[in-house]
Design a protein around this ligand. Structure first.
Ligand code: UFG
Length: 330
């Protein structure tokens, strides 16, 4: 298929693009490179620099390209920032997705794979099935849920075929593609930064959560396994629309992640307890039963040790992320 990947220069989008190319698809990446990296665009993919806020340009691109499917990764993704700047999320994330959907339907494109999130769920009994109570604790989660609702309506009324993949915590690196955000807010890269000597201590955001050791529990899924979920979801679209929780099914606390990182890096990783980060849910663990059963998804690299080891290898090889490669390329 010819597939348009928005945000394909970003962390998860670049890995999915690379896997799509490996499987023989044609990939066109739409990215404004505001947070993505030209160096992360896999060879063989075409990069088109368009900003999703530019409705007419998005429309023109979809018309010209006539892709068979769109995978939509491009979004603002920081839970903490969304609490400080709600409209950046409730506005841009939703509006930009509407631009994509409108352009798609205008061009007769009906297959859509959407990057949703575990952050749409209300705190409730874990692990979370797809029908667990919805109740985002941050504007980020809400923005993704609003898009899920829009997809439901367009599925019913406009013939859209979609998969909403609710990511739990994507982590790890694959074939030279790793996690490089500015600022970096995610736990594993921030921990590895300490191991590289780039920060003095690992900051733990809160230790009085209702979890076994008081720190937040998350379900870490290797970015390659997550990418495989996208390919399976794409193939299944013609059979109908669906939402899937994509996680390993196992939860690890912040302290447990740091402990694994100590083993992997051999660094003592001193910690500092900081106030909780607004918008953080105490506990997010997937029940991946539906995606296993219906799509035959089965994570291969999502042992925490494998995730942290692959990330560590990438960060050692790219201590300043993609910036050096980007400087050379520009
Ligand atoms: N944390 C720390 N110290 C840090 C960084 C993070 O204690 O330096 C904690 C956070 O408070 C949280 C946990 O580590 O409890 C994981 O935080 P991340 O920022 O790595 O990930 P989040 O769980 O906040 O969010 C991620 C993605 C979202 C997605 C969500 C779903 O960024 O897009 O997972 O679980 F929605």
């Amino acid at each position: 298929m010819r597939i348009l990947v928005t945000g394909g220069a970003g962390y998860i989008g670049s890995v999915v693009s690379k896997l799509l190319l490996e499987r023989g698809h044609e990939v066109v990446i739409l990215d404004n490179l505001s947070t993505g990296h030209a160096a992360a665009v896999p060879p063989g993919a075409k990069l088109v620099r368009v900003d999703l806020r530019e409705r007419a340009a998005v429309k023109a691109l979809l018309r010209a390209l006539e892709p068979e499917a769109v995978m939509h990764f491009a979004a603002n993704i920081q839970v903490g920032e969304s609490v400080r700047r709600p409209l950046k999320y409730l506005g841009d994330n939703v509006r930009n997705t509407l631009h994509v959907l409108e352009a798609m339907l205008g061009a007769g494109v009906r297959r859509f794979v959407f990057s949703s999130t575990a952050a749409i769920f209300a705190p409730s009994q874990q692990p979370l099935r797809e029908d667990a109570p919805i109740g985002p604790e941050s504007p980020y989660g809400e923005s993704k849920y609003l898009v899920e609702r829009i997809l439901c309506w367009l599925g019913e009324l406009a013939g859209l075929r979609y998969a909403s993949l609710r990511y739990f915590n994507a982590a790890g690196a694959w074939q030279g593609l790793g996690e490089d955000h500015h600022p970096e807010t995610h736990l594993i890269p921030r921990v590895l930064r300490v191991a590289l000597g780039q920060a003095p201590k690992v900051q733990i955001y809160g230790q009085n959560y209702p979890t076994p050791d008081g720190t937040c529990v998350r379900d870490y899924v290797h970015v390659y396994d997550l990418a495989e979920a996208h390919l399976l979801a794409l193939t299944a679209l013609d059979g109908g629309s669906r939402a899937y929780n994509v996680g390993s099914g196992r939860g690890f606390s912040v302290r447990e992640v740091i402990e694994v990182a100590r083993r992997v890096t051999g660094h003592p990783l001193p910690v500092e307890i900081c106030p909780p980060r607004p918008g953080d849910a105490p506990w997010l663990v997937a029940d991946p039963g539906r995606i296993r059963r219906e799509l035959g998804w089965s994570p291969c690299y999502s042992e925490l040790e494998q995730i942290v080891s692959s990330a560590w290898e990438w960060h050692r090889a790219h201590p300043h992320g993609y910036s050096e490669e980007k400087d050379q390329g520009e």
